[in-house]
Design a protein around this ligand. Structure first.
Ligand code: M6R
Length: 616
């Protein structure tokens, strides 16, 4: 949540910051702001502009300004403390020294600190926790006595609890940016005589592929000549430098109208990348380099606990079915936000596996720390290379689906399910699965991208169908077995993008209460592909129809019967049931996309949401 970008170098900072903010807007889009210092002005002063709404509003606000400063900070906000107003937008400034600060995260003890600072005579003009941190740094700043910006930031951060990624500038030190992180992502791009600090690689990659990661409690002081990294206790640390892997064209729209559309349609290519080099049909062994060093621990594990949030949780729920069915591995799946606070039992032989696109989700990270502290082997199934989860787990497997920019997760979901399917074969083949079964499933897995392509060709048909029902305000999504989590995912996609109320559930659960919701014409989407519980799903369809529900079925090509029980049918190619979620979800993604468009919503930036949930 919240996008952060800061620049110091030789080029004019203003346009660079705005360009960076545009690339980060998917992290938060309530308001945006920039602050620039022109060191050539004497005395130096902070030039500040903010605007409510999108970065384009900020851009308009900046029209006609002649800021020549070559260092500055920029922010796009997802509001936590304080409403969406210009005053609450970042950067925040102090009331004395001349400090400006941008922040991602939450300062939990801000109320106590604010009272303390008010007693010291400071006057607050916003409702935010961030202004408190800015003011605290200003209060501690005392250059005459050796407390320069770096030292003041360190001292202030020793006083705060909560999560933060911050960048701070000060007019008294017009050639310095100080940045720090704890619990929120922040990386520093290293260019030629310039540095770009950002919450995501997307804002850096246009300028340099070399970046340094920061660990929690790290502070970095950056000048045009270099940087110094330390802890908040001022102990020097050596940062890790990595090569960013994304290419610029991966983060551009490339002819599509929306990122979500692009990401849905690039699923075949993305999954080919996920699978590349990892399938070995000969003896049915999957090759997963990231976890091979821990193969023994995994095979001998007594149980696996999957933790995740949102769409990633739905993938993890699918893994619960796959690991138990294909590898006979006891598996539980849980919201990371619940796991972290409920005193979970992590006994000998427990492996905790986190699933996350961003690798930065606050609840999932905290749950991983809890699991690690309790002695579990921790694994990550993560998309963003070098993300905190990728670095802090014992081992893991990358999705390799490329950057996902649309707030609604699509290709990351199918990528996660592909990786988790491979992991189930990795485990299954080493535990009890015959080489032949493993090879057959791998062969089927390899065909998934082509089959998704066939489903994508149905987009015009799915669009027309969606537009017929989009006026309904309540929808149900129902599935069984491995497709029950797909029903949850279908409902989540529809509600987050079109703001239609949608509920997903196991089809059998409907008659235990939710069936009361069914009214004449209410859309009920059934995942009714051929599988072990197909006949049972047909019964649930009949129960819905007889109460006036309007059935839309996702069914297997060649199923002639389904047309006589469902009003609308979306066909997917034949596929073994355990692998079918990667296909059944695609029509639901397409439906949600067109429903949002038909209702006139911003598909890539749905209301109240942000791409990466880095606060609790
Ligand atoms: O980055 P993560 O996969 O950890 O994010 C978890 C959820 O916030 C995320 O999957 C969210 O539910 C999706 N954006 C919804 O489409």
């Amino acid at each position: 949540m919240c996008g952060i970008v800061a620049y110091i170098g030789t080029r004019p900072a203003r346009s660079l910051l705005v360009e960076g903010l545009k690339r980060l807007e998917y992290r938060g889009y309530d308001s945006a702001g920039v602050a620039v210092i022109d060191a050539k002005n004497s005395p130096a002063k902070i030039q500040l502009a903010k605007a409510v709404g999108r970065v384009s509003n900020l851009e308009k606000r900046l029209e006609g300004t002649t800021w020549n400063g070559t260092m500055g900070i920029g922010h796009t906000r997802w509001a936590t403390h304080g409403g969406v107003t210009e005053a609450n937008a970042h950067p925040h400034t102090d009331d004395g020294v001349g400090i400006a600060l941008i922040h991602n995260g939450i300062i939990e003890n801000y109320a106590v600190l604010r009272t303390y600072l008010e007693q010291k005579g400071h006057t607050f003009v916003t409702d935010t926790d961030t202004e408190v941190l800015t003011m605290l740094i200003g209060e501690l700043y005392d250059a005459a006595n050796g407390v320069d910006l770096e030292a003041a930031v360190q001292a202030a951060l020793r006083e705060v609890t909560g999560a933060y990624a911050i960048c701070v500038i000060c007019k008294e030190e017009p050639d310095v940016i100080v940045a720090a992180r704890k619990g929120s992502p922040l990386i520093v791009g290293i260019g030629n005589g310039e540095y770009i600090v950002a919450s995501d690689p997307q804002a850096i990659i246009a300028h340099t592929a070399q970046a340094m990661t920061l660990d929690d409690y790290n502070v970095v002081k950056i000048t045009r000549d270099g940087f110094r990294t330390s802890t908040i206790d001022n102990v020097e640390v050596t940062p890790q430098v990595l090569q960013l892997e994304s290419e610029l064209d991966e983060i551009d729209l490339g002819g599509y109208e929306h990122y979500m559309q692009k990401e849905i349609f690039e699923q075949p290519a993305a999954l080919r990348n996920t699978l590349r080099g990892r399938l070995d049909m000969k003896d049915g062994r999957v090759v997963l380099g990231g976890v091979s060093a821990f193969a023994k621990d995994l095979v001998r594990a007594r149980r696996i606990i999957m933790i995740a949030q949102g769409t990633a949780l739905h993938s993890a729920m699918i893994a619960e079915y796959l690991f138990e069915d294909l590898a006979r591995m006891p598996t539980e799946c849980e919201y990371a936000s619940e796991f972290r606070y409920r005193n979970p039992i992590v006994d000998d032989g427990t492996v905790v596996m986190a699933v996350s696109q961003s690798g930065e989700t606050a609840d999932t990270l905290a749950a991983l720390h809890e699991a690690r502290d309790r002695g579990a082997l921790t694994l990550g199934v993560v998309n963003v290379v070098g993300s905190t989860m990728a670095r802090e787990t014992d081992a893991g497997v990358y999705l390799r689906v490329g950057p996902e920019i649309g707030v609604a997760s699509t290709k990351a979901f199918t990528g996660q399910v592909a990786v988790l399917s491979m992991l189930s074969l990795f485990l299954g083949r080493r535990r009890l699965m015959s080489p032949q079964t493993a090879s057959e499933l791998q062969t089927e897995l390899a065909m998934i991208p082509d089959k998704i392509e066939q489903i994508l060709a149905l987009a015009p048909e799915i669009k027309a169908m969606t537009e017929r029902y989009v006026q309904h305000d309540n929808w149900l999504f129902l599935g069984r077995g491995v497709n029950y989590p797909v029903a949850l995912e279908g409902a989540l996609k529809l509600k987050e993008l079109s703001y239609i109320h949608a509920e997903g559930m196991p089809a059998a659960e409907m008659k235990h209460g939710p069936i009361a919701l069914i009214t004449e014409g209410m859309p009920a989407v059934f995942i009714a592909n051929k599988g072990a519980q197909y006949e049972k799903v047909l019964s649930n369809i009949a129960e819905t129809r007889s109460r006036g529900g309007h059935v839309i079925a996702v069914a297997t090509e060649g199923d002639k019967h389904i047309r006589s029980v469902a009003e609308d049918v979306l066909f997917i190619p034949e596929c073994p049931e355990p692998l079918s979620p990667m296909l059944t979800v695609v029509p639901l993604q397409i439906m949600a996309y067109y429903a949002a468009l038909a209702r006139g919503h911003d598909v890539d930036k749905p209301r109240n949401l942000a791409k990466s949930v880095t606060v609790e």
